[in-house]
Design a protein around this ligand. Sequence first.
Ligand SMILES: [Zn+2]
Length: 128
Amino acid sequence: MTELRAPVSVLRAGLLCRCPRCGQGRLFTDIVHFLRVAQSCEVCGLDLRPEDSGDGPAVFVMFVTGPLVVALAILFEVLVGPPLWLHALLWIPTILLASIALLRPLKGVLIALQYRHRAGEGGKNTFT
Ligand SMILES: [Zn+2]
């Protein structure tokens, strides 16, 4: 029996790390295995095993954090003119924390986009 559902927002499901089909089940297993996708959705039963977003999330994290941190560092340099050690002390942890914080949501968005557009190897939707 197939149940019709209202489409789930790709951004909402992805950013909240929820199932791309129902928007309620958790997408990732737990906090220890930070980027491991769950076997299936605990709410709707969507099989998430074939999912593979590859290096996509890391690339988008670099696209977001890189320009943002560089712009902030330049602004900080122009306005305050701090010594170089203060730049290192400030921006290295900022880059690390921002990258870690963005990895899961961006991976969730990519998985939701793959599900929405039925992306898969050879054009086949690998979600069942
Ligand atoms: Zn689900």
